[in-house]
Design a protein around this ligand. Structure first.
Ligand code: FPP
Length: 238
């Protein structure tokens, strides 16, 4: 440690966990935890914007989340629409650009339409990129990248020996974004849960016990402060 502090992370990724437990602790249905979690999304997005973070990636729905009860899936699929109905104007005013990663095909039309509208209406914004992982899985994304590269090779557009790490990165759904500098997971769980498996190779990890609906601006600031005191070596000696 040389005492100098890292700059604010360019890219922060968050696994928003603990909505169900938050609701259960209050005797409420699980979905009420998701609704409360949406409020935390709003607060943390504005806090990220104020901190000067460039990209905020939020794990909103994984490829495994379809296994949940139908009612809960339906509720989760309605949240982007609900969120964007109330927040889109404020996101536009704050120069936030909405982006989505994941397979949109199985999403219900109302979910796709809401997200596509947000992406379109914020496309010219130049501030914080708010990147929703929606029907996203890290392994699926790597498999899709492999398929895309194989198709290009078969079509004679690229030679297999030119496929390097940068080529794989450019074929992922995070193409063009810096790798996350900081990953936050709430609710005390210490797993990656199939999130950004390629991109997290050198990411600093930060686990907090708080449940996602209780996560506030100060918690993001504390995570960023802790990150800035870390000593990143990327496999070297620093
Ligand atoms: C994990 O908690 C949370 C999710 C699977 C959904 C995350 C979604 C939100 C926070 C709202 C998204 C908002 C927008 C705007 C898209 P869990 O249900 O697994 O909690 P548990 O582990 O306590 O059961």
């Amino acid at each position: 440690m040389n005492g100098s502090r890292l700059p604010v992370p360019r890219h922060v990724a968050i696994i928003m966990d603990g909505n169900g437990r938050w609701a259960r602790a209050r005797g409420l249905p699980r979905v009420m935890g998701h609704r409360e979690g949406m409020k935390a999304v709003r607060e943390v997005t504005l806090a990220a914007h104020r901190l000067g973070i460039e990209v905020l990636t939020l794990y909103a729905f994984s490829t495994e989340n379809w296994k949940r009860p139908r009612d809960e899936v339906d509720f989760l699929m309605a949240l982007p629409q609900e969120f964007l109905q109330t927040e889109l104007e404020s996101l536009i005013q704050n120069n936030v650009r909405v982006r989505v990663m994941g397979d949109p095909n199985p999403l219900p039309p109302h979910t796709r339409a809401a997200v596509e509208e947000a992406v379109r209406r914020t496309a010219a914004n130049t501030g914080l990129i708010l990147n929703f992982a929606l029907n996203y899985g890290g392994r699926m994304d790597i498999a899709r990248a492999a398929r895309k590269l194989a198709e290009s090779a078969v079509a004679g557009e690229i030679r297999p020996e030119t496929i390097d790490e940068a080529a794989v990165a450019a074929a992922l759904s995070t193409a063009g974004l810096p790798d996350p500098d900081l990953l936050i997971r709430t609710s005390g769980e210490m797993r990656l849960s199939n999130f950004m498996l390629f991109e997290l190779a050198y990411t600093e990890l930060w686990f907090v016990d708080k449940l996602w609906p209780d996560f506030r601006r100060e918690d993001l600031e504390a995570a960023v402060e802790a990150y800035r005191r870390r000593d990143r070596r990327f496999g070297g000696l620093g």
